[in-house]
Design a protein around this ligand. Structure first.
Ligand SMILES: [Zn+2]
Length: 497
């Protein structure tokens, strides 16, 4: 689907979102693309009608979820010794072009400012597609001796890339709104290597907490980041079977240090180059989280980042409005004392419409409350993950709802683990793969000897690009390309976003 909406399409969307009747029923697995766009729209996350390809408007509900997610990331970064910082968005060409591979890698994607008002600029300014160059140029005076190392920085900023592939909200963008990029500086190659493992561990913790399933692989040498020595990728699989790169943890070695003259005085008072790493995540993570957890009724919010944990829907009957409203306020107060985010939906709309709407937004728990419940001292509780209802004593609400947040998290984890297991397939030969991997959904592994030639040959034979391999995990099988048996590992292939 083209990203620039035709006027008619935009109109039908706007009608859908202003109509009182919101219904949602799309088979997520069969029609993932349609599901994703509609779920983000009806689920109040993104407004996709902005007239620039790859740039989207965040609705308050969606932005709150993103903020909650990023606060988890910030907490992990701060705890693991990274310091938050900020560097300018416009980068002079003289700095941007200092590392040649990097320049080559990004030149086609960078937006370049050449004019201000009516005046041509004397030097072109690159709008950051990522911040390696500006940071490495700027921190030179901060690093003088070994005591200034390691230096571990991160920033959360927007960045721009002129994406030529098809764009999707959060997954493939021209404007990334919350790009969390970390950049670290070390005295030795060993320390940079260790930092790569720490970076992967920090991200693994993040994805574990966000219940986003993943595998950690090393990118083959012919596919590494521009200017990198090697990179480790953390990959997931979307419901349509396509692989999604969640994050890349990159060892830059001393390549950038040499280009930028980043040196320090070591113990023997000798100038040495620093060793560097960098790694980033973005709102793509939220897109992945919503995609893997949602169901045919729309989104399901993970309790830890849900903008609203509980929505209370009062069931009014003529004459009972005041009593029901008071009771709803009372329940809200009790739940808020438990640090739960609660909203009462007393808008003049049909109860059924409200149910649909909050289900599509993925609010974990809904409470229904009318005169009948008040008289009995009860509440009806609906959980979004299983779509099941239960009746509880009103006074037990805080305890029960808190417990439900944990139960819902547990159910979502079990479901997503099951899903991911079915999306990673292992084969021994190309023939076997061709015979059984007919739907071509998910990641596939084949035995590989480690030779670039064999990797490329397999890629060509099966017509699916490489994703990466696990270097230390040897398998007892023959390379699917050359038949060699020593040191065989598994190479993963997959179509990617
Ligand atoms: Zn081989």
């Amino acid at each position: 689907m083209p990203n620039l909406k035709s006027p008619n399409e935009a109109l039908s969307r706007s009608e859908a979102s202003t109509s009182t009747k919101v219904t949602f029923s799309i088979d997520k697995i069969k029609n993932f693309s349609e599901w994703y766009d509609r779920a983000l729209d009806v689920g109040d996350i993104i407004d996709a009608r902005y007239p620039v390809k790859g740039m989207y408007i965040w609705r308050p509900y969606g932005f709150r979820a993103l903020r909650e997610m990023m606060s988890v990331m910030r907490e992990i970064m701060d705890r693991t010794g990274h310091k938050e910082t900020y560097f300018p968005m416009l980068i002079p060409e003289s700095i941007f072009g200092k590392e040649r591979d990097f320049l080559k890698g990004f030149k086609g994607e960078a937006y370049i400012v050449t004019q201000a008002g009516n005046d041509s600029l004397t030097e072109k300014l690159y709008v950051r597609p990522t911040s390696e160059t500006v940071i490495y140029e700027s921190v030179k005076p901060w690093i003088r001796s070994e005591t200034d190392l390691p230096l571990k920085l991160y920033q959360v900023v927007n960045m721009y890339r002129h994406e030529t592939k098809q764009t999707r909200p959060m997954l493939r963008l021209r404007e990334v709104v919350e790009f969390k990029e970390a950049h670290t500086f070390h005295a030795t190659a060993e320390e940079a290597d260790r930092q790569i493992r720490e970076g992967v561990a920090a991200y693994s913790e993040f994805f574990d907490r966000m219940l986003i399933p993943y595998i950690v692989v090393r990118t083959p040498s012919w596919d590494t980041f521009a200017g990198a020595v090697y990179n480790i990728d953390i990959m997931s699989v979307m419901p349509d079977g396509k692989a999604l790169e969640l994050a890349s943890v990159i060892n830059l070695g001393d390549k950038f240090a040499k280009a930028f003259g980043l040196t320090y005085r070591n113990k023997n008072n000798k100038e040495s180059y620093v060793h560097q790493t960098c790694y980033g995540i973005s709102e793509r993570e939220l897109g992945a989280m919503l995609a893997v957890h949602g169901d045919n009724r729309g989104l399901i919010m993970l309790p830890s980042i849900a903008p609203i944990h509980v929505v209370i829907v009062p069931i009014f009957k003529r004459g009972s409005e005041d009593a029901v409203k008071r009771a709803a306020e009372n329940v809200k107060g009790m739940l808020e004392k438990q640090k739960l985010r609660v909203e009462i939906d007393d808008k003049p709309k049909g109860v059924g419409d409200k149910f649909y709407e909050w289900e599509a937004k993925g609010v974990p728990v809904r409470i229904e409350l009318g005169l009948k419940e008040i008289e009995r001292g009860e509440l009806v509780i609906f959980r979004r993950d299983t779509l099941k209802k239960e009746t509880i004593k009103a006074k037990d609400a805080p305890k029960r709802v808190l417990a439900l947040m944990d139960e819902i998290t547990k159910t979502l984890k079990e479901r997503v683990d099951e899903y991911f297991k079915s999306r990673i397939l292992h084969f021994l030969t190309v023939g076997e793969l061709k015979k059984h991997y007919t739907e071509r959904k998910g990641l596939v592994g084949l035995p590989w000897c480690g030779d670039e030639k064999c990797g490329r040959k397999l890629e060509e034979e099966i017509g699916i690009p490489t994703v990466g391999f696990v270097p230390e995990k040897h398998i007892d099988a023959a390379c699917a390309a050359c038949g060699r048996r020593d040191n065989t590992i598994e190479m993963y292939f997959g179509r990617t976003y």
